[in-house]
Write a protein that binds this ligand. Structure first.
Ligand SMILES: Nc1nc2c(ncn2[C@@H]2O[C@H](COP(=O)(O)OP(=O)(O)OP(=O)(O)O)[C@@H](O)[C@H]2O)c(=O)[nH]1
Ligand SMILES: [Mg+2]
Length: 430
């Protein structure tokens, strides 16, 4: 009954749309062949293969590699990370997987050293930078004149965020990172190593996490509910987030069967048993039901936001100041003129500044020259005065010498005169 109602509402919507667009609906008679279009698409996709890019964010040793191995039931050979990296890094690995005759190019990006630093400020920056770099690479490819049709799209389709099984609450780093990336990537939060939390605690922990995410305004990925066939499953799965997962590739014997699980002294935790953990739910949601939606959301939502912001920053817009549509060419022309004007203005400004600098230097040189000249004149004056003084002293000395000589001569004359008169007197007495 509900489904009938839904169909009639969508038919009404389509009718209204057709009327608005002035399109006539015709019922075709006979076979044309375009009913096979979906099969053509399926065949083409099968030939081309699929690609999926997962980002795993979580502390060192939280179980990222084990979970990815469990998801794809393979050993994707990954070395363990050290706890002593000074910064957070990323390890990127790409694999070609095949299931039946479907090829999947899987890229797994994992954090390295996440949460190990004492100062965790900016720990999420390398993650944001990586996501943005993939968007930028895609945008650059899109803007190329000669585009590559074999371009490998490396945009991140989903971020599996591994939460520590503290049973308590989210760490500030979890909140900061998720807040930083929630507008760039579809986040699916996971409680890692959920086998370490009891069933009761797990429920409380899940509710606590969700309420913390909501109160901090963090947007996580919601499984879509617009497709009737999966709406019910998806909406019930939305209510079970964050998924409590356990990873293991070990085969354990349960009864007569070998299952993947973790063997404990008190029993076996079966990874694929929905009563034991949410692993199967995650795998179904991620790989079976919503992989295409995750990719679509990445393209039409997250990438679109990045593209919009980047092109707007570059000055591109769809409408002019008068709210009329403008073409790419018009914007390019306007930008070119604007750029040319700006160059001219900057050149003028540069010239002016240069001239002013030259003038300033000239004035400074002139001032320095004048100062030097004044100093020189002053020294010259002092020297001349010194010379005149010396000349005067010399003249005085010479006069003194002359006076002295005169005095000396007079003295000598006086000395010789008495002697001669005494001698004359003596001669006379004789
Ligand atoms: N109890 C429990 N242990 C797990 C689980 N998943 C992984 N482990 C164990 O945790 C240890 C680390 O697991 P990894 O998968 O290497 O962790 P990782 O996050 O990839 O570690 P790095 O890449 O070194 O950062 C291993 O000993 C795993 O066996 C889990 O769900 N439950
Ligand atoms: Mg690992």
């Amino acid at each position: 009954m509900g489904s009938k109602n839904h169909t009639s509402i969508s038919t009404q919507k389509v009718e209204r749309h057709l009327q608005k667009e002035n399109i006539r609906r015709l019922t075709t008679l006979g076979h044309f062949g375009f009913e096979c279009l979906p099969y053509q698409l399926v065949n083409k996709s099968m030939r081309q293969g699929f690609s999926f890019n997962i980002l795993c964010v979580g502390e060192t040793g939280i179980g990222k590699s084990t979970l990815i191995n469990t998801l794809f039931n393979t050993n994707l050979k990954d070395s363990r990370s050290s706890h002593f990296y000074p910064n957070v890094g990323l390890r990127i690995q790409t694999y070609d997987l095949q299931e039946s005759n479907v090829q999947l190019k899987l890229t797994v990006v994992k954090t390295v050293g996440y949460g190990d630093q004492i100062n965790k400020e900016g720990s999420y920056q390398p993650i944001i930078d990586y996501i943005d770099a993939q968007f930028e690479a895609y945008l650059q490819e899109e803007l190329k004149i000669k585009r590559s049709f074999t371009y490998h799209d490396s945009r991140i389709h989903v971020c599996l965020y591994f939460i520590s099984p503290t049973g308590h609450s989210l760490k500030s780093l979890d909140l900061l990172t998720m807040k930083g990336i929630d507008s760039k990537v579809n986040i699916i939060p996971l409680i890692a190593k959920a086998d370490t939390v009891s069933k009761n605690d797990l429920q409380k922990f899940k509710s606590k996490i969700m309420s913390e995410l909501i109160s901090n305004g963090i947007q996580i990925y919601q499984f879509p509910t617009d497709d009737e066939s999966i709406a019910q499953t998806n909406s019930s799965m939305n209510g079970m987030l964050p998924f409590a997962v356990v990873g293991s590739t070990d085969e354990v014997k349960v009864g007569k069967r070998m299952v993947r699980g973790r063997h404990y002294p008190w029993g076996v935790l079966q990874v694929e048993n929905e009563n034991h953990c949410d692993f199967v739910k995650l795998r179904d949601m991620l790989l079976c039901t919503n992989m295409e939606d995750l990719k679509e959301q990445t393209h039409i939502h997250h990438y679109e936001c990045y593209r919009y912001r980047t092109l707007q920053k570059m000055g591109f817009t769809d409408v002019g100041p008068d709210n009329q549509p403008v073409s790419f060419q018009e914007i390019y022309e306007a930008k070119r003129i604007q750029f040319y004007d700006q160059c001219q203005r900057e050149e003028e400004e540069l010239k002016k500044r240069f001239m002013q600098q030259v003038k300033d230097r000239e004035t400074a040189f002139k001032d320095a020259e004048k100062e030097l000249q004044d100093k020189f004149e002053h020294l010259k004056r002092i020297q001349q005065e010194e010379i005149m003084k010396l000349e005067e002293e010399r003249r005085q000395l010479e006069e003194e010498i002359i006076d002295f000589c005169k005095t000396k001569a007079t003295c000598e004359t006086l000395q010789t005169q008495p002697c001669t008169s005494i001698k004359k007197d003596k001669d006379r007495k004789k």
